[in-house]
Ligand binder design. Structure first.
Ligand code: BG6
Ligand code: MG
Length: 216
């Protein structure tokens, strides 16, 4: 029986993926890396800022110190935050609010489990925050997905056993993380069919068998 649903944020509730890509692309160009593409960007899904930076740097051939890398990550985050300035409820993905309302009406607790350190800002700017009971984000953890820490923190904050939670994710690392601690998993997004989740749907607006999932 599912008592709580823990949603990833980027690519599940909101469409910030394009903004992450734009900001990384700006940094890549400044570093003289022109081979960073949307295909590479897929490998950044669900992983931390520093790990995402390594994906960009792997497309170039220079070595950098830890200090330089930290400056690059900060620079990218500043570009990203500038792009987030325009963010409002239009960035909410189709079906997300309806889904949150439906779950709430059934007494299901709602958590967010995102490795993004910008999650609180994004939840606020899009107006999603009032639907969320507890937020677990990059500011709460030291290990990124596929480590399950972010979902463990979310379940603990919600006061739920891991096996009573469903994770909704658009990344493979996120599905692996949820399964690791025996949470049920629902894969969404463009790659939903390849995520090997317990359940799959193109997005939250799809015809999802919530009754079956929650009662299972
Ligand atoms: C995840 C994104 O949600 O957050 C990753 O899928 C991103 O691509 C990660 O690297 C960290 O985000 P932020 O906002 O802390 O740089
Ligand atoms: Mg995601």
């Amino acid at each position: 029986m599912i008592h709580g649903v823990i949603f990833d944020l980027d690519g599940v509730l909101v469409s910030t993926d394009e903004l992450h890509f734009k900001a990384w692309k700006m940094l890549a160009e400044e570093l003289g890396i022109d081979r960073f593409t949307k295909e590479d960007n897929k490998k950044q899904k669900g992983v931390s800022r520093m790990e995402s930076l390594e994906v960009v740097l792997s497309k170039g051939n220079k070595k950098y110190t830890q200090e330089e890398k930290e400056e690059f990550a900060e620079r990218k985050n500043n570009y990203y935050k500038e792009l987030l300035g325009e963010l409002d409820e239009q960035a909410i993905l189709p079906g997300a609010v309806e889904c949150l309302k439906m779950l709430k009406s059934k007494g299901i607790l709602i958590g967010v489990g995102s490795v993004s350190r910008n999650a609180p800002l994004i939840l606020e700017k899009t107006g999603i925050l009032p639907y969320i009971d507890k937020v677990s984000c990059g500011l709460d953890i030291t290990r990124s997905k596929p480590d399950p820490e972010v979902f463990e923190v979310a379940a603990n904050k919600l006061g739920l056993n891991f096996e009573d939670c469903l994770v909704v994710e658009d990344s493979l690392v996120g599905i692996v993380a949820g399964k690791e601690i025996h949470m049920k998993t629902l894969g969404v997004g463009p790659e939903h069919a390849q995520l090997r989740a317990d359940y799959a749907a193109p997005g939250l607006a799809a015809d999802i068998d919530w009754k079956g999932i929650l009662g299972a």
